[in-house]
Design a protein around this ligand. Structure first.
Ligand SMILES: [Zn+2]
Length: 46
């Protein structure tokens, strides 16, 4: 539940975390989870 990332606004990396499997993908350009194929949240969507 807690990604090993600290010192930043959660919103900065929230879109990097797969909502389905919880995997943190370091590639901000990726739109689909590399692990389970789920769609990742759109970082430009507020
Ligand atoms: Zn996933």
């Amino acid at each position: 539940m807690e990604p090993a990332i600290e010192g930043g606004d959660p919103a900065c990396w929230l879109h990097l975390v797969c909502p389905e499997c919880g995997r943190l993908d370091p590639d901000p350009e990726r739109r689909v989870c590399r692990a389970c194929g789920a769609e990742l949240p759109d970082p430009e969507e507020s």
